[in-house]
Design a binder for this molecule. Structure first.
Ligand code: PMP
Length: 353
């Protein structure tokens, strides 16, 4: 029997959202915060064209995409680091600090990958419970020790959709030593409409120990191609690039991301439509009697406690896959209006049962 690292025995596997089908064949996947839209024709064309070069390795530096991002956000190209999805960039970040004794702080509950990546990289997770479904930044600052190497702030937070506002973020960052990296995970940034939520990029411009994590998976609709990026000061981006597996971002993904940046106006109109649906879904749920925190992402969070799995089961019977967190609540992505209506009907029926 080969011997594996002991940590693998205790690490739960990452649970990805799965589609479900109702008895009469309906299926709406609202469990992975994906874009409900089909790919844009211009992006499909770019991918088809890139596919003609699939017998060659991709550009390891993803030069065109890196430059397109640098131009889009008005940052030096040296401040951009790419990965195969932002979860891979997060993994690379853990690799940059991962040595025994190092501590990484994050809120809990938050993105499920953080504890897995922490365990894999050998760092110690310091989980700080949410307060009212929101990052408890004072407690997170209190948790800093001389061993703290990195802090994740997921803004908006997955799975609650809640945000950290500008003043509280500034007060928090003022308490973080300069040798601790703060990663603002902004996977859902494009869905934020609250003007009081600072754009992480303006924070990074002021503070070299703050880096921003973004993805093409959500607003840009490229979840299946796996491309995400970090924008951070040169030493941070350079460290992340060093931990990248060679050729991690394939050239279909690179081409699709470049084409998506070129088609950004069209994609952001879709985001506006999702935001409208999000607000409609939340208001309808509240009218049904559920408690749903204000969400700035492309999903809603319903705290259900012991009823969580029953709720998810009732949705599944209607062909709606949601993401349950047993004993806590369910995260439900915003889909197209038909999917949302099907979900809302299932939620109402569960409420009245
Ligand atoms: N960060 C957060 C907060 C997320 O919710 C997700 C996806 N669920 C990711 C990062 C990773 O997304 P991707 O790897 O597709 O870029």
């Amino acid at each position: 029997m080969p011997r594996f690292r002991a940590i693998l025995d205790t690490m739960p596997a990452y649970k990805a959202g799965k589609a479900v089908v109702s008895a009469d064949g309906r299926s709406h996947k609202l469990s992975s915060n994906e874009s409900p839209y089909d790919p844009l024709p211009s992006v499909l064309e770019a991918v088809a064209s890139a596919a003609t070069r699939m017998h060659r390795y991709p550009d390891p530096a993803a030069t065109e995409l890196t430059e397109a991002l640098a131009e889009r956000y008005d940052v030096p190209a040296e401040h951009v680091a790419l990965g195969a999805g932002s979860v891979t960039v997060a993994q690379q970040l853990f690799e940059t600090v991962g040595e025994p004794g190092a501590e990484v702080i994050y809120a809990w509950r938050s993105f499920e990958a953080y504890p897995l990546l922490a365990d894999l990289s050998g760092v110690t997770s310091v989980r700080v419970p949410l307060l009212d479904e929101t990052h408890h930044l004072d407690a997170m600052a209190d948790a800093i020790t001389p061993n703290t190497r990195m802090i994740f702030v997921c803004n908006p937070n997955n799975p609650t959709g809640t945000v950290v506002r500008s003043a509280e973020l500034t007060a928090f960052l003022d308490r973080v030593p300069e040798n601790v990296l703060v990663v603002l995970d902004e996977a859902y940034r494009e869905y934020v409409r609250d003007a009081d939520v600072v754009d992480g990029l303006s924070v990074y411009r002021e503070r070299p120990n703050v880096a921003v994590l973004r993805t093409f998976s959500k607003a840009y609709g490229l979840a299946g191609l796996r491309v995400g990026y970090l924008i951070g000061a040169e030493p941070v981006a350079a460290a992340v690039r060093k931990t990248m597996v060679p050729f991690a971002v394939n050239h279909l993904a690179q081409a699709a991301a470049v084409a998506s940046l070129a088609a950004e106006d069209e994609l952001l109109e879709r985001v506006d439509a999702v935001v409208k649906e999000r607000d409609r879904v939340r208001e309808t749920l509240i009218a049904q009697g559920w408690t749903v925190p204000v969400t700035e992402a492309n999903f809603v969070w319903i705290r259900l406690g012991e009823r969580t799995l029953d709720f998810a089961g009732a949705c599944a019977a209607e062909g709606v896959a949601v993401r349950p967190f047993a004993g806590e609540g369910a995260r439900v992505s915003i889909g197209d209006p038909e999917a949302n209506d099907t979900f809302l009907a299932a939620a109402a029926a569960f409420r009245n049962a």
